[in-house]
Design a protein around this ligand. Structure first.
Ligand code: LLP
Length: 417
C-alpha cells in the first residue's frame, strides 16, 4: 500500500488478491480486466444523483457494450441508450426491454430506422430531413428529437457535440418547420434530448446546457421526457490526486432546476441523463507486457503490447491514462511508453515519470473501461484482447475471448473460394 507502482489499484482493492501477471499468463496479454464491484458502485452514484422522483439513467452503451457488462448495468436498474441497430441488438440480448432503450439516431438509413420501429424502440431524430423520413415510415407514431441548445463542452474538439461547430442536432430556429413536419405526419413528440459533449469535470457547463434545453422544451406541450445527455467526467490523473466531479453539488443544482421547470411546465415530466464514461471507465485496467526497453537519442522507451489497436484514446485525442507498473522498482524515471503498431504515433504515454520498467514486467493502463475495448480494432492484423471480470467474491470470469488468428479471415473470400 502507498507505493506509487500500485497506488491507485490498491486504494480500491481493484485486483482483489489476483496478481496482474497471473491474469495475463492465463488469459493472454494485453487484457482488459473489469471489477464488478466498482462498476456497480458507479451505477449507484448516478442513480442517487438527484432526489427528483421522475429520473431515469440511460447508460450510454457506446462506451462499453460487453454483454456481461450490460447485464450488470441492467441489474442495477439503469436503462440504456443506443447509437445503432448493433447496440440495440446487444442490449436486447442483455435483457433490456424495448421501453428501456432510447435510440439516438444520427443520419441513418430507412432500413435502420425501420429496425428500431419494428422493435418498438423510441427514436430520437437529429435533423428535419430525418424527421421527414421517420414520418414517412411511421405516420401517427411517437418520436423524440435532438436539439442544439448552443452550449458545448468536452475534453477535445472531436467530442464537443453542441454549439456552433457540430454536425449534431436541430437548431431551435428550425422549430416552426419542425412543428410543420410533426403535423404533416401526425407525429407525437414525446421527448427532446441533447448531449453537449464528453467529459466535464465542473458541473456548471452541464447545468448551463440543461437550462438551455429546458428553454427549448417550453416550446412543446405534452412532452413526457427531456434527456439531458451524458459527459460526466472521471479523474484520469489519479496519480496526481485529481479531484472527482462533485456529483453532490451538481445533483443539488439539477434538483432545483427540475423543480422549477416542473412548476412552470405544469407537470413533473421525466428527466433522463446518459452517462457512458462515468459508469464504465474506472472499473477497468488494461494490462500489458513490456517486451523491449531502449534508448533512442535522448529518450528512453518501454515497448509494450498495448498498441493503439487495443486502446485508441491516446492517439485519437491525446488522452492521458495513468500507468501502474507491477514490479518492486523504487526508482522513478522519465519514459515514453509505446505499443507494437507500425506507426510513430503509437504512443500510450509520452515522457511519463514511471517506476523503472524491465522486459517482462506487467503494466496497467488505468481507467480503460470507457471507449477502450469498443474502439479496439484488428489494425496490423493484431488480435483484440480478452476481457475478464473480477466478480464481487474475487473470482475471475472470462467475459470475452481473445481473437483467434482464424477470426482475421472471418467473412473474407480468397479469389478461388
Ligand atoms: N449521449 C450521446 C448522444 C453521446 O453522443 C455520448 C457520447 C454520450 C451520451 C456519452 O458520453 P459520456 O458520458 O461517455 O461522455 N470516444 C471518446 C468519447 C466520445 C463520446 C461520444 N458521445 C473518448 O474516448 O473520450
Amino acid at each position: 500500500m502507498g507505493k506509487i507502482n500500485t497506488k491507485v489499484t490498491d486504494s480500491v482493492n481493484f485486483f482483489m488478491g489476483n496478481k496482474p501477471a497471473d491474469l495475463t499468463a492465463k488469459y493472454g496479454s494485453p487484457l482488459y480486466v473489469y471489477n464488478e464491484k466498482i462498476l456497480r458502485e458507479r451505477c449507484r452514484d448516478i442513480k442517487n444523483l438527484v432526489t427528483y422522483p421522475h429520473f431515469s439513467i440511460n447508460y450510454s452503451a457506446k462506451a462499453n457494450s460487453n454483454l456481461a457488462f450490460l447485464e450488470i448495468v441492467r441489474e442495477e436498474g439503469l436503462n440504456v441508450d443506443a447509437m445503432s441497430p448493433g447496440e440495440i441488438f446487444v442490449e436486447l440480448k442483455a435483457g433490456f426491454k424495448p421501453e428501456q432503450i432510447f435510440y439516438i439516431s444520427n443520419n441513418v438509413s430507412k432500413e435502420e430506422m425501420q429496425f428500431a420501429i419494428d422493435h418498438n424502440i423510441t427514436i430520437s431524430v437529429d435533423s428535419l430531413s430525418q424527421l421527414e423520413q421517420y414520418g414517412q415510415l411511421n405516420p401517427g407514431g411517437k418520436v423524440a428529437a435532438r436539439f442544439n441548445g448552443g452550449i458545448g463542452a468536452g475534453h477535445h474538439e472531436k467530442v464537443v457535440t453542441a454549439g456552433k461547430k457540430t454536425k449534431f442536432a436541430i437548431n431551435p430556429e428550425n422549430i416552426p418547420e419542425f412543428k410543420e413536419i410533426l403535423k404533416k405526419y401526425d407525429l407525437k413528440l414525446v421527448g427532446i434530448n441533447q448531449h453537449i459533449g464528453s467529459l466535464f469535470m465542473d458541473g456548471s457547463k452541464y447545468v448551463e446546457g440543461v437550462k438551455a434545453i429546458l428553454h427549448i422544451a417550453k416550446e412543446f406541450d405534452n412532452l413526457e421526457f427531456v434527456d439531458l445527455g451524458g459527459g460526466f467526467g472521471i479523474p484520469y490523473e489519479k496519480l496526481n490526486d485529481q479531484p472527482r466531479l462533485d456529483l453532490a453539488s451538481l445533483g443539488k443544482e439539477l434538483d432545483e432546476v427540475f423543480k422549477e421547470f416542473a412548476a412552470e411546465y405544469g407537470r413533473e415530466i421525466t428527466f433522463k441523463v446518459e452517462p457512458g464514461r462515468y459508469i464504465s471507465a474506472e472499473c477497468s485496467v488494461l494490462l500489458g507486457t513490456v517486451h523491449a526497453i531502449k534508448h533512442n537519442h535522448e529518450d528512453k522507451y518501454a515497448g509494450t503490447d498495448i498498441g493503439f489497436n487495443v486502446l485508441q484514446r491516446p492517439i485519437m485525442y491525446d488522452s492521458h491514462h495513468d500507468i501502474e507498473v507491477y514490479n518492486d522498482s523504487e526508482k522513478i524515471e522519465d519514459i515514453t511508453v509505446v505499443g507494437n503498431i507500425c506507426e510513430s504515433g503509437d504512443i500510450i504515454a509520452k515522457h511519463r515519470m514511471c517506476p523503472e520498467m524491465h522486459v517482462g514486467d506487467t503494466i496497467g493502463v488505468l481507467d480503460a473501461g470507457a471507449y477502450g475495448y469498443c474502439m479496439a480494432s484488428n489494425y496490423n492484423n493484431r488480435l483484440r484482447p480478452a476481457e475478464v471480470l473480477i466478480r464481487e467474491n474475487g473470482e475471475v470470469q472470462l467475459i470475452r475471448e481473445k481473437d483467434k488468428l482464424e477470426d482475421l479471415l472471418k467473412g473474407m473470400k480468397g479469389l478461388n473460394d
